[in-house]
Design a protein. Structure first.
Length: 203
């Protein structure tokens, strides 16, 4: 199982971090060990001094494929969730300055939180999806899939030009504006429309 992540897919988030709008999707990966398993507590990583949440829509791949044309891409994922791409922002800022890879900031153990899965219906794909994150019961991020720079189908097609997609792989599709810091004791809750998808407490 592989976890793909998309960076810089919402214009308002690109602005808040002072990044340039990409011509091509920014893709990075997290290993399987990054996935926080159900009922495992989330511990603030020792090496980090500025832990950020990034709430994202997550797709699950349902069919093996490579070089998938965009017009067929919707046949390759059948479940959707909301997750957090936890980021050691202090480390990422240093790595970006030096032009180094992001794994130490993004791919560490338990850095990927994924909520429950919903089956994707034609309705879900036709309409825009509103999703959000609450920190200690206050909404801190509010996104809508219609604001994505690169659509689900474009992303699946693009990723598959470089990597085989396999059943069970997951794709974090990028975070909207509002990323911010969390500390020990904070409780994060992710929502798909009005439905609560996960709850994580930082220990
Ligand atoms: Zn992200």
């Amino acid at each position: 199982m592989k976890i793909f992540c998309v960076g810089r897919n919402y214009a308002d988030h690109i602005k808040e971090l002072g990044n340039a709008v990409p011509e091509d999707p920014v893709i990075f990966m997290k290993p399987k060990s990054a996935l926080l398993q159900g009922h495992t507590p989330f511990y603030y990583p020792e090496f980090c001094n500025e832990l950020h949440y990034e709430v994202e829509l997550v797709l699950q791949i349902s069919k093996n494929g490579k070089y998938i044309p965009e017009k067929h891409a919707s046949k390759y994922y059948n479940q959707i969730s909301v997750g957090i791409d936890f980021t050691a922002r202090d480390i990422q800022t240093e790595l970006k300055k030096k032009g180094l890879p992001w794994e130490k900031a993004k791919a560490w153990d338990n850095s990927a939180v994924i909520g429950k899965w919903l089956n994707i219906t034609p309705e879900i794909l036709e309409n825009s999806i509103q999703f959000s994150l609450q920190k200690n019961k206050q909404t801190v991020q509010n996104g809508n899939s219609k604001d994505m720079i690169f659509s689900f189908n474009y992303l699946i097609s693009h990723i598959s030009q470089y990597f085989s997609l396999n059943i069970g792989d997951m794709v974090f599709t990028g975070t909207p504006a509002g990323v911010g810091e969390c500390v020990v004791g904070d409780v994060l809750e992710g929502f798909f429309e009005k439905e609560k998808m996960f709850e994580v407490e930082i220990k």
